[in-house]
Design a protein around this ligand. Structure first.
Ligand code: SF4
Ligand code: SF4
Ligand code: FES
Length: 490
């Protein structure tokens, strides 16, 4: 446990701690480009140079381990000059792209130039080394070699995190550039993390490019519902439109996001988003759709069934449980979903594609109900006349529904989700529009937070369920999401 001093402040650190990490613990920020806490140390950008007492030269803080008795200085004239020189060096061949660069506003070069340099270039523009400009290097990324500062974060990410090694540094010295290895495309399921970790505008997201200047974006922390891992993330949005999802690194679950998860916001603002009900194939206002669905439920009485959903929040499943127990007074309800859970790709993606299998299980624990197998059997045998469920959950009993004659009433957000043969479809608010509780595969409770507003008339699912019951003549008393939770132990 070496004890060292940084800028006169003493700190004891574990063996192997670098000076950069030790400084961070003291709240002292040392600039860096190539360093990333989740990648191996490369020590190539030299932005993190610090002075060590009695050492003949400046040292890179990201690669120098703390040793007993060291006294380190992060803000001496020598250090400041070195930072300015490194920035001048990195900017020699950098193009004057800021006005048209997507990274502007969150660029490491812009930020450090303002903070540590502010000097004029001594190099003439015509002497700059030219590099290949924008080109697509995979389904999600564009690479602009001229903006690259060769920090190699992207190369190390592909070698160490995804282990797909698509990238490498070609050539030597000022001829160096990043490129794809022969025959490779940057199409791994984590490729968009490269746009995040590239400290400049060399790698940018094809999806996000030129959609929005970053300083207009508002940020809402939420959780990804792309699978049972439940990665924490931030939705970046402006004027009721989501523009991108980025990871919210945390020690419990995720540093990164997978590309599939990043694209989950698309459905919220897709052209087939439902704001009205659908009866058979025809669009109809929500109230008449609710009335029609309630009439069919009433006809079926205790032969109606409710299937919860591992894609819905605990609140929305709780509302469905109340519908089954208080309004339908049926024993035909199911909140039990078994799925293999665990990371299947060694990084983040879960075996279970649904985000809330564990959360739905809380309703099973509170109210019992039948197993999915049992419910499927009852549907297949024709004993269930109407099934109320969420669109994707309907897929779990697809085979049973086929020849059963059972009427399907589903809750769906997009037209593309509606299962074939559905009798009535009722729209509901997405979890980018309404709060909800989800329990991930580790048993961690996570909340979604609304980043955007739903279309007029589109309400959270618990609210739609409350109205549906009211049309059947029962008050479920669901006046808030919290109220839906009162029967269960979270
Ligand atoms: S493309 Fe970006 S991440 Fe990759 S080496 Fe260049 S600056 Fe670094
Ligand atoms: S691993 Fe799962 S929870 Fe994480 S970003 Fe991907 S889809 Fe979302
Ligand atoms: S951050 Fe230390 S050399 Fe790049």
């Amino acid at each position: 446990m070496p004890t060292i001093k940084i800028d006169g402040r003493t700190i004891e650190v574990t063996k192997g701690t670098t000076l950069l990490e030790a400084a961070q613990k003291l709240g002292i920020y040392i600039p860096r480009y190539c360093y990333h806490p989740k990648l191996s140390i490369s020590g190539n950008c030299r932005m993190c140079l610090v002075e060590i007492e009695n050492a003949p030269k400046l040292a890179t803080a990201c690669s120098t381990e703390a040793a007993e008795g060291m006294s380190v200085f992060t803000g001496t004239d020598k250090v400041k000059t070195a930072r300015r020189d490194m920035l001048e060096f990195l900017l020699i061949n950098h193009p004057l792209d800021c006005p048209i660069c997507d990274q502007a506003g969150e660029c490491g070069l812009q930020d450090y130039y303002m903070k540590y340099s502010l000097q004029k270039s001594r190099f003439r523009q015509e002497e700059k080394v030219r590099r290949q400009k924008r080109r697509a290097v995979g389904p999600h990324l564009v690479l602009d070699n001229e903006r690259c500062i060769l920090c190699t974060r992207c190369v190390r990410f592909c070698a160490e995190v995804t282990k797909t090694s698509e990238l490498e540094v070609m050539q030597r010295s000022d001829h160096s550039y990043i490129d794809l290895k022969e025959g490779k495309a940057l199409d791994n399921n984590y490729s968009l993390n490269i746009a995040d970790i590239c400290p400049v505008g060399a790698f940018t997201s094809r999806d996000f490019r030129f959609k929005q200047r970053v300083w207009f974006l508002k940020k809402t922390s939420t959780v990804c519902l792309g699978c049972a891992t439940g990665c924490r993330m931030t939705a970046h949005h402006n004027e009721n439109t989501i523009y991108r999802l980025v990871p919210l690194p945390n020690s419990q679950t995720n540093t990164w996001l997978c590309d599939h998860g990043r694209m989950t916001y698309k459905a919220v603002q897709a052209g087939d988003r439902l704001s009205k009900g659908v009866i058979k194939n025809g669009l109809i206002d929500l109230e008449p759709a609710l009335r029609e669905a309630a009439t069919r439920i009433d006809e079926a009485k205790s032969e109606a069934a409710v299937l919860g959903s591992p894609w819905l929040s605990v609140e929305d499943n709780a509302a469905l449980a109340r519908l089954a127990i208080s309004a339908l007074k049926t024993v035909n309800f199911c909140f039990e979903f078994s799925s293999g859970q665990g990371i299947k790709d060694g990084i983040l993606v879960n075996e279970d594609p649904a985000p809330n299998t564990a959360g739905a299980g809380l309703l099973k624990a509170a109210h019992g109900g039948v197993s999915l197998e049992e419910l499927s059997g009852r549907i297949a045998s024709g004993r269930i006349k109407v099934l109320v469920t969420e669109a994707r959950a309907a897929g779990l009993v697809k085979t049973a529904l086929k020849t059963s004659g059972c009427r399907l009433i589903v809750f769906a957000q997009n037209r593309s989700e509606i299962p074939a043969g559905a009798y009535a479809t009722l729209p509901y608010a997405s979890y980018f529009e309404t709060p909800g509780t989800f329990i991930n595969y580790q048993g961690l409770r996570r909340r979604t937070n609304p980043a955007v507003r739903p279309a007029d008339g589109v309400k959270p699912l618990w609210n739609v369920v409350n109205k549906l019951a009211a049309y059947s003549g029962t008050s479920l008393g669901l006046d808030s999401a919290e109220n839906a939770l009162k029967d269960i132990k979270l």
